[in-house]
Design a protein around this ligand. Structure first.
Ligand SMILES: C[S@@+](CC[C@H](N)C(=O)[O-])C[C@H]1O[C@@H](n2cnc3c(N)ncnc32)[C@H](O)[C@@H]1O
Length: 124
């Protein structure tokens, strides 16, 4: 019997999600909210941004384009969506963003690797 990750990957490979910008997750907005809560968020212009469950990058790629000095990593379980996004990166000539085919449950990174972590619409 396939596990839940296999099922999710296959279903989004078969029917890709319509990936588009989701303004609530923009680092600009997150930085404002963090500031209002007394935090000192990193400047968004050079931020290191991770998006978990990025689909084909419809949210992440426009932000990467907006902030060429930032670095962006998107992770998603669906290889088809990741490949679609990688084609878009190529076509747009973006140099500061990577999309990675991986289960976020297996994603690991050193502490303090990212200034902003976005995750929307991913149910585990
Ligand atoms: C409903 S879509 C949301 C896409 C995007 N975050 C948005 O809000 O527009 C859910 C996405 O999460 C991804 N996903 C679900 N479980 C995952 C997992 N364990 N690891 C990586 N990606 C996962 C799916 O492949 C799919 O692209």
């Amino acid at each position: 019997m396939p596990n839940i990750s296999d099922f999710v990957a296959t279903s989004y490979d078969r029917v890709p999600y319509k990936s588009q910008p989701f303004r609530q997750s923009h680092p600009d907005r997150l930085a404002v909210i963090a500031t209002l809560h007394g935090m000192s968020p990193s400047p968004i212009e050079r931020a290191r941004v991770l998006e978990l469950g990025c689909a084909s990058g419809g949210n992440l790629l426009p932000i990467a384009d907006q902030f060429p000095e930032g670095t962006f990593l998107g992770v998603d379980l669906s290889s088809r969506q990741i490949q679609d996004g990688q084609r878009l990166i190529e076509q747009a000539g973006l140099k500061n963003v990577e999309l990675r085919h991986q289960d976020i449950l297996a994603f690991d990174a050193p502490a303090d690797s990212f200034d902003y972590i976005l995750c929307h619409g991913v149910f585990l």
